[in-house]
Design a protein around this ligand. Structure first.
Ligand code: PEP
Ligand code: MG
Length: 888
């Protein structure tokens, strides 16, 4: 078994075995770049190390020894020799970049003897002893587990005694004294000596770097970034070059383009007479890379050449570490540079224009998720320091405002011109006016598909929910977090992308739809097959969605149209009605309101389909909570008021259900109260007719929610057709190409989709409810309760309310789509649950052959890019499969 590869033996394709850094070092060596020689111990050796109970096998040891011998020959130096000492660095290198998460040790090979040799050889004792003390410090920390602070204190004490400020002012004798102190510290804390045997140093360092794969920060990073735990890290052993040997030495980091703006110009910094960690640690202020052009013009030119060569080779912006030793340039590492969302777009578009990438390669480079950053207001990160708590990142964007603890207060303050953040234990449809008037929403309960999350996402407002560290005290009108208290009316800032809740007002940066994004969306349109629709509930959102590239409305949740206070009052009257006559009266008043909304949406989406879902939530959601009503009753004075409140309490009790999510909602409501649906259908066709009169082309789609049995759809489809005929008349009805379809959100509907398709022109998978009902997890409770444990404990790979569960829920979707199409080949299919805005779920929809996804307006550009990426990847896989078939 081969466990160790020299840099001359590997290449970029061996990333899984050699890790990213090892594969890149090998690739650079092959390309003839000035890389100090070395070798890589594989990720397989790391896995074997853990399997053997954290022990390096004899075979791996032998291969390390042989690779070291070769390195000695290449460098004409000897490991452990005082005459020609070979020194090496030992660094981790995982398959997926995990910057700074694991450990590194430099200057291995120094001991009491070789340090003297190095001092004599370089004629620079100060340098040699500085290297040695750094080794002892890093080794003491990484291998022997001693906290860095102990070494730090000794160094500070020395500098005080010498009366100097900076490390570089410490003379050779100072370092010698510190080395004695460090060794004593190691003996005292670890109970053993710093090893003088250089081979022992090396093996212990390799073991420690392997072991750092499981240090807590690496584990957290992997969990956040979805990196598998069993991947393991490779270890790179590389001969040292020194940037701290004198004034013709230095070290630095350079990006081939600017990682914040994408500008095509070298970006980075360097330090003269320093080692790598000095640049990172911030102990000395580095110089901008542009200064190198004047200081060392030759080196700068070589560096430019290296940057061009590496960028062309990897077809991507690179982040390169370099060292200059006695006037000679060495490249220590290259990797794809991290960049922000705007820079990523600019770089990808520029690389296409420069002829380095083709359009499809450029599309695959875009991290669809990061586009969220770009399309929302964001925080000025430098100012976002006083983090109070972290909740679920439910709707991206950032907002600052004064905390208001109920919707009425929020709305009232906003009307006074104040910027407000609505802070509630959870929100209900009753709070919608408060949400509407707020800059953002913060809740202490509820998950990613809770009411607050869904509504805020739809409105493009930032939302942090399920922030359980907050205790919202509605009596004392304050929020308690740990030992701090924020009174109602004090400023807070939300970052909906990270879930952070920050004290005070943090400055914000505005969102923008840039030329580069437009260009990228155009390229995406050329390859994607999946259409992208918007979930929008009003004409304004429909307009935003269209600007972002929506091809229609996939879901208009009509209940959201009843939440403005004046409409809610009429809605409540309709619910409270004791007689059909009273109900009809209230419905008559609601009709023109709905009609105006629909007409606005048709106009905004002229020529594109608009899917309007008939009322879905249970009626009690439109009434206040019993507790609030009782409180009002206690305060009420007039008899009429009291009686009205008592009646409402009775009604709320009447409508009460133990499991409202499984109760009288969706089409069940429409079957029991057909007059409600009839009013909505009438409003849709009146609006369509108005638009047609104005020459606006309308494509209404009427969507029936929560169907579980074909008879429900059959009955309600008849209601639609009859109402259309009544409102439009036979002739006009023919001129209005409307569709009737159903949400598929109940497993039974998916299982009997063949029957249902007989009455449906389209299926819209409501994956929020379909997930809830397939798993049997309440979408309002699960995320705040057991689901986090499930995800942390890896019982589930993802939160199924965010990333579609392709194995279970996905199976139902595939089954329903195919059996539906076998009955009705023209059946249009798509997803309109929250998954419609999730990259992985979008890829599933593409593969399952669905026609569209529908998501909130602000996610549309991201969904368009994700749809294109899915198409490109799927096509590439099909080509590979076809080639395999041909070959066999
Ligand atoms: C769904 O269930 O996926 C859906 C879109 O409907 P709602 O979230 O309104 O229940
Ligand atoms: Mg639903």
């Amino acid at each position: 078994m081969r466990w160790v590869y020299a840099f001359t033996e590997g290449n970029a394709q061996m990333r899984a075995l050699l890790g990213g850094k090892g594969a890149n070092l090998a690739e650079m060596t092959r390309a003839g770049l000035p890389v100090p020689p070395g070798f890589t111990i594989t990720t397989e050796a790391c896995r074997a190390f853990f399997q053997a109970g954290r022990r390096i096998s004899d075979e791996v040891r032998q291969q390390i020894a042989a690779a070291l011998k070769q390195l000695e020959r290449d460098k004409e130096q000897v490991f452990g020799s005082a005459q020609q000492p070979l020194l090496v660095s030992v660094r981790s290198g995982s398959v997926t970049s995990m910057p700074g998460m694991m450990d590194t040790i430099l200057n291995i090979g120094l001991n009491d003897d070789t340090v003297e040799g190095l001092a004599a050889l370089t004629n620079n004792p100060r340098f040699a002893y500085d290297c040695y003390r750094r080794l002892i410090q890093m080794f003491g920390n990484v291998v022997m587990g001693i906290e860095p602070i102990h070494f730090e204190r000794l160094l500070q004490r020395l500098k005080q005694q010498l009366g100097v400020q900076e490390d570089r002012e410490v003379p050779a004798d100072g370092w010698k004294r510190l080395i004695v102190d460090y060794k004593e510290c190691i003996q005292a804390k670890a109970g053993r000596d710093f090893p003088q045997q250089v081979h022992e140093q090396l093996l212990l360092a390799v073991e420690a770097v392997f072991a750092s794969w499981h240090n807590p920060r690496a584990e957290v990073y992997r969990r956040l970034n979805g990196i598998p735990d069993d991947q393991g890290t490779a270890v790179n052993v590389q001969s040292m070059v020194f940037g701290n040997r004198g004034d013709d030495c230095g070290t630095g980091v350079v990006f081939t383009r600017n990682p914040s703006t994408g500008e095509n110009r070298l970006f980075g910094e360097y330090l003269i007479n320093a080692q790598g960690e000095d640049v990172v640690s911030g102990a000395r202020t580095p110089l901008a890379i542009a200064a190198l052009r004047d200081q060392w013009p030759d080196i700068y030119r070589q560096l430019e050449q290296v940057c061009r060569q590496l960028e062309a080779h990897y077809k991507d912006m690179q982040d390169i570490e370099f060292t200059v030793e006695n006037g000679k340039l060495y490249v220590l590492q290259t990797r794809s540079g991290k960049r922000n969302a705007q820079a990523a777009l600019t770089i990808a578009v520029d690389l296409v224009r420069e002829g380095t990438l083709d359009k499809q390669e450029a599309l695959l480079r875009i991290e669809a998720l990061h586009l969220d950053q770009l399309l929302h207001t964001r925080l000025d990160e430098d100012a976002a320091t006083d983090v109070l708590a972290v909740g679920l990142p439910a709707s991206p964007g950032a907002a600052a405002g004064i905390a208001a603890l109920d919707a009425d207060t929020a709305a009232a303050w906003s009307k006074e011109g104040k910027r407000v953040i609505l802070v509630r234990p959870e929100t209900t449809p009753e709070d919608i006016h408060g949400v509407l008037e707020s800059e953002g929403v913060l809740t202490s309960r509820g998950g990613m598909t809770s009411h607050a999350a869904v509504v805020a996402r739809g409105m493009g407002k930032p939302c942090v929910c399920g922030c359980e560290e907050l205790h919202i005290d509605l009596e004392q009108r304050c929020i308690a977090v740990g030992n701090r208290t924020i009174a109602e009316g004090e400023w807070i800032t939300l970052d909906g992308a990270s879930g952070r809740v920050i004290a005070g007002e943090v400055p914000l940066k505005e969102a923008a739809m840039t030329d580069e994004l437009r260009q990228m969306l155009q390229w995406a349109d050329e390859v994607r097959t999946l259409q992208v629709f918007a979930n929008a509930d009003n004409p304004e959102d429909a307009q935003i969605a269209r600007r972002f590239g929506a091809q229609g409305i996939g879901l208009c949740r009509t209940e959201h149209m009843f939440f403005a206070p004046e409409r809610l009052a009429v809605m409540q009257r309709m619910i409270m009605a004791d007689t059909p006559g009273e109900r009809a009266e209230a419905l008559k008043r609601l009709l023109p309101m709905q009609q105006a909304d629909f007409a606005g949406m048709f106009a905004a989406m002229e020529g594109l389909p608009v899917a309007i879902r008939l009322l879905d939530p249970p009626l009690h959601e439109f009434l206040p909570k019993v507790g609030e009503l009782q409180q009002k009753l206690q305060q009420a004075i007039g008899d009429t008021d009291k009686e009205a409140l008592r009646r409402m309490i009775r009604k709320v009790h009447e409508l009460h259900e133990a499991n409202p999510m499984l109760g009288q909602r969706g089409c069940r409501l429409g079957i029991v109260f057909p007059e409600i649906y009839e009013m909505q259908i009438e409003a849709i066709f009146c609006a369509a007719s108005d638009c047609m009169d104005k020459g606006i082309r309308v494509l209404p789609e009427i969507m029936i929610p929560l169907v579980g049995h074909v008879s429900e759809l059959k009955a309600l489809r008849e209601l639609v057709d009859q109402t259309a005929e009544r409102v439009l008349g036979a002739e006009r009805k023919r001129a209005c190409p409307y569709k009737v379809g159903t949400m598929i959100e109940v497993p039974r509907a998916a299982l009997t989709a063949g029957q249902i398709a007989e009455y449906a022109d389209f299926f819209s998978f409501g994956t929020n409810d379909l997930t809830q009902l397939t798993f049997g997890y309440s979408r309002d409770d699960a995320e705040g309760k057991f689901l986090t444990r499930y995800i942390d404990g890896k019982l589930l790979p993802h939160n199924p309310f965010q990333v579609l569960d392709t194995e279970g829920v996905g199976q139902l979707i595939e089954l329903a789509a195919s059996s539906g199409r076998s009955v009705r080949p023209s059946l249009k299919t798509g997803v309109c649950g929250e998954h419609g805005g999730d990259k992985e779920s979008i890829a599933f929809c593409h593969r399952a052959g669905l026609d569209y996804v529908s998501c909130s307006p602000y996610r549309i550009p991201m969904a368009i890019i994700a749809a294109a990426q899915a198409a490109i990847q799927h096509q590439a896989e099909r080509l590979v499969t076809a080639a395999h078939k041909d070959a066999s």
